[in-house]
Design a protein around this ligand. Structure first.
Ligand code: NAP
Length: 495
């Protein structure tokens, strides 16, 4: 079958890059399969995209917010209509199993319906004035032209967290997706076009972080950069934005942990840990990569965990017999392999896996064995650094206090969880765990769109996506004072 070439979307038209070049998008479960060719864009394309977003700004912000919301509701309907084929395309280019790619699309649907409703809410405040005949209120204003830069692990859900709130708030957008998953991003943009979004309001440019991402961030007309990706790239984004006096919101890495106390119900705890550690092949920002188990139950827990992990079936995510798909690319597989070697060198006990998986048809993809390390100590690199693969470190603790200390001994602060049947311990954990998200008797993954999403420390810069907190990112506050006294009233000045 001929390989399709996909274009950029600028000013409502599908156009090729001025570089005249493309890059290949390949299937990580079968590296011989080229899914499509995408534009290898450059600063010239980028400038055109920003210019188009600037041109469209005035018209879009002047469209009443409920009308903007109506267009976005149509986006929600179309996501629902195409859910199955979007999920299939996503599994082909990203590798995670179909049930999870369906979940990825569903998250975008949920986010879209929830956030499009802001078109009729977008609440401000009215507060009393210190003077008579004066009215005080706050209103939300769009920020301007927004750059949305996204990773490959949630190819539609994460873009939805940025595009939908940015647009409902009256901003226009230039969207640069991850180079490993441009097809899902392309299909998402096609949906906005079909939903009737006016030309220039959303622009889509594919290409690398250095050739498209960097000039995008530095462009003088970009007022806000909304970035999700690694902490290292996020730090570079922050430097550039700070230097250019731009706003930026960063969602970055994690080193998430589950605590299993001695009173926990061990079967659901094992299920939660397996889902957290090996779902999405460990490539979630909220993946569980550390489990901290109470000394009294650690033997029993490890034996059940080992047995359960051995049942996981690796393969192509399109097959319904597959539990764990491939890693995204060879570079990521080598990184995960490198960490397994580091774990062994550091003295952790390798219980399972630790190597590339090359059996049968998996030979053609980037597969890696689900890996368990026991006897891990909190300062080991495998307990500190984000691996982003199917590797779980098991640590031991003697008390809840110690378990919390271990969880918090991290440069990241995204998600944490505790399994316990003691309500006092559960609430203590909620209070003490230094993460943006905490689950009780559930895994580290499973966020819902109506709640804020994000983390502390190296995971973020104080913002939260989703929920109503997304509005804090994508709007500017304006304070308004209406004086209807007919004279000059002076605040804070005594006559
Ligand atoms: P990444 O390498 O940082 O890339 C993220 C995005 O930034 C991609 O679109 C990438 O483009 C672009 N980029 C790379 N270098 C850039 C630069 N110098 N300037 C501007 N843009 C640049 O991250 P990733 O490997 O795609 O994603 C995995 C990471 O994302 C993990 O650390 C994970 O924890 C994190 N993540 C966090 C959250 C959260 O909400 N906290 C959610 C999901 C993932 P190319 O693809 O072209 O390189």
């Amino acid at each position: 079958m001929a390989i399709k070439t996909y274009k950029n979307y600028i000013d409502g038209k599908w156009v090729v890059s001025s570089s005249g070049e493309t890059f290949d998008n390949i299937n990580p479960a079968n590296k011989k399969e080229i899914i499509g060719r995408f534009q290898k864009s450059n600063a010239d394309d980028l400038n055109k995209a920003v210019k188009s977003a600037v041109k469209a700004q005035e018209g879009w912000r002047n469209l009443p917010a409920p009308k903007r919301g109506e267009i976005l509701f149509r986006v929600g309907e179309l996501l629902t209509k195409y859910k199955e084929s979007l999920a299939e395309d996503m599994t082909r280019e990203m590798g995670k199993v179909l049930n999870e790619t369906r979940g990825d699309v569903q998250e975008a649907i949920d986010l879209t319906y929830y956030t499009a409703g802001e078109g009729r809410r977008m609440l401000g405040e009215t507060v009393p004035s210190e003077l008579n005949n004066k009215f005080c209120m706050t209103v939300r204003m769009p920020v301007g032209v927004v750059a949305a830069i996204t990773p490959w692990n949630f190819p539609i859900a994460i873009p939805s967290w940025k595009l939908i709130p940015a647009l409902v708030c009256g901003n226009t957008v230039v969207f640069k997706p991850a180079s490993d998953t441009p097809l899902s991003a392309y299909r998402f943009v096609k949906i906005f076009e079909e939903a009737g979004l006016p030309p220039g309001v959303l622009n889509f440019v594919t290409g690398s972080g250095s050739e498209v991402g960097e000039p995008l961030i530095e462009h003088h007309s970009i007022k806000l950069v909304s970035f999700t990706g690694s902490t290292d790239t996020g730090a570079q984004v922050a430097h550039k934005c700070a230097w250019n006096m731009k706003q930026y919101s960063l969602e970055m890495g994690g080193k998430n942990a589950i605590i299993v106390m001695d009173d926990a119900d061990l079967d659901p705890a094992v299920e939660g840990v397996v889902w957290g550690a090996f779902g999405t092949t460990g490539q979630r920002c909220t993946a569980c990569s550390r489990v901290i188990v109470h000394k009294k139950v650690i033997k029993k827990f490890i034996s059940r965990l080992l047995k359960r992990t051995k049942t996981l079936r690796l393969g192509d995510g399109l097959k319904n017999t597959t539990d764990v798909g491939p890693l995204i690319n060879e570079e990521q597989r080598q990184k995960v392999l490198g960490y397994c070697k580091v774990g062994v060198e550091e003295g952790a006990k390798l219980l399972l896996g630790g190597n590339i998986y090359n059996k049968g048809k998996c030979r053609s993809g980037f597969f890696f064995e689900p890996t368990l390390f026991a006897e891990v100590s909190p300062k080991m690199r495998i307990a500190q650094e984000e691996i982003f693969g199917p590797v779980l470190s098991i640590l031991e603790c003697k008390s809840l206090e110690r378990a919390v200390e271990i969880v918090n001994d991290s440069r990241f602060g995204l998600s944490s969880a505790i399994y316990t049947r003691d309500v006092n311990r559960a609430f203590k954990a909620i209070e003490k765990l230094d993460t943006g998200i905490t689950y009780i008797n559930s895994s580290t993954i499973g966020a819902e769109v109506q709640l804020p999403f994000g983390g502390t420390k190296g995971t973020g810069n104080g913002h939260r996506e989703a929920g109503t907190t997304a509005l804090e990112i994508f709007t500017e506050w304006k304070s308004v004072f209406v004086d209807y006294s007919g004279g000059l009233q002076k605040a804070q000045i005594e006559d």
